[in-house]
Ligand binder design. Structure first.
Ligand code: SF4
Length: 366
């Protein structure tokens, strides 16, 4: 008993020291990042408190709210974790028209979000469209009529399409590796080479886009795997990094995997915050809905993603329906939670200033 307590105290002391070093600007190595990810109980609270301190120093009390428009749920790929994989007959399929997407984006912009995130599966109709003309037209229309910065998540597309997205006004390209361990990757994204996604993010940066990478947890990953991912994303200096807990999906090969709790996701958010104090790090509503938001913000997130307007027939990615039609995944649904934590929604002007600084940093990279 006494031995157990002193060992826990040792861990808490060790974790406190690692947090102090991270807050002082030291770049922690992968084994130390893994130690933070392994913190439990009081030691975990030390990590969360340090992450909040890092967030306060980097972005004060502002949290940016992102609108999410999953405009096509068709996909040619067979990722084993995904509800929308090509052969899943249980997933809802729809493809919104350009006019529908623009109307949804205008409404979202009016609701108080600062970014419009246009996401799709690798829809064969869009990917087989010569020159991706339809996608580029849609992005141009949203950039022109939405009045807000735009993120595009189209999957892997040719380099010239990335340049086309940037030329039409998009700021961001999001493409998640899910894990930076090639073996684990091959069990998740079975129909797309690891290197193709790595190359696409690099090409997006060369095209002048800001980049988001991200990982999944609860899919057989270890603390060492997540530490490796964090170190890899830090080395790339991606402007936004996200983690989400795997949600088992009906009709998929991983449907029977027992759901994980949110502990690993929260510690990963906090460790990413300490490792990348200036990055944007989302608290996604797409894992546990509005009920999980405060825990993610308390772990150091400074963005809320997957705000979905109700009653327009849009789905989430991991949680196709959770809290959407109830109107909980809206700006109005999020604001009371920010206020309770002493946080506030960042303004569009603040977000545009952040983007301008990020573009300058990106251009200065070797
Ligand atoms: S994760 Fe994306 S690329 Fe993979 S099956 Fe799902 S929608 Fe398609």
């Amino acid at each position: 008993m006494v031995k157990g307590r002193s060992s826990l105290e040792h861990t808490a002391r060790e974790v406190r020291d690692l947090c102090r070093r991270a807050l002082a600007g030291e770049e922690l190595e992968e084994p130390d990042l893994a130690r933070l990810l392994a913190a439990r109980d009081a030691a975990a609270e030390v990590v969360f408190a340090a992450a909040r301190e890092a967030r306060a120093r980097g972005s004060g009390d502002a949290v940016f709210l992102y609108g999410f428009v999953y405009f096509s749920t068709y996909c040619r790929n067979e990722c084993t974790f995904c509800f929308y994989r090509a052969d899943n007959a249980e997933s809802p399929r729809y493809r919104k028209s350009l006019d529908e997407v623009v109307a949804i984006c205008r409404d979202l912009a009016g609701s108080g979000v600062v970014l419009l995130d246009l996401t799709m599966g690798e829809d064969p109709v869009i990917h087989d469209d010569p020159g991706y003309a339809g996608l580029l037209e849609l992005v141009a229309a949203v950039c022109e009529h939405g009045g807000l910065p735009v993120m595009v998540s189209p999957g892997v597309v040719p380099d010239e399409v990335l340049a086309g997205l940037q030329a039409r006004g998009a700021d961001w390209y999001a493409l998640y590796q899910e894990t930076h361990d090639p073996e684990l990757y091959d069990r998740l994204r079975t129909s797309q080479p690891f290197a193709a996604r790595v190359a696409a993010r690099s090409a997006a940066r060369r095209a002048g886009l800001l980049v988001e990478d991200g990982i999944l947890t609860g899919i057989g990953d270890t603390e060492a795997d997540r530490a490796h991912s964090i170190a890899t994303m830090r080395a790339a200096a991606w402007e936004q990094v996200r983690v989400m807990t795997f949600v088992p999906q009906a009709g998929t090969p991983l449907a029977d995997v027992p759901p994980a709790g949110d502990e690993a996701e929260l510690l990963t958010i906090a460790t990413m915050r300490l490792a990348m104090p200036h990055a944007l790090i989302p608290a996604s509503l797409d894992v546990e809905g509005i009920g999980g938001l405060e825990r993610r913000l308390n772990a150091g997130a400074n963005v809320v993603t997957s705000i979905v307007p109700p009653t327009v027939g849009l789905a989430g990615v991991s949680q196709a329906e959770l809290d959407i039609d109830e109107g909980q995944r809206t700006v109005a649904g999020v604001l009371p939670h920010l206020a309770r934590l002493g946080l506030r929604p960042g303004t569009v002007a603040e977000y545009r200033a952040w983007l301008a600084a990020a573009h300058r940093r990106s251009e200065a990279l070797p």
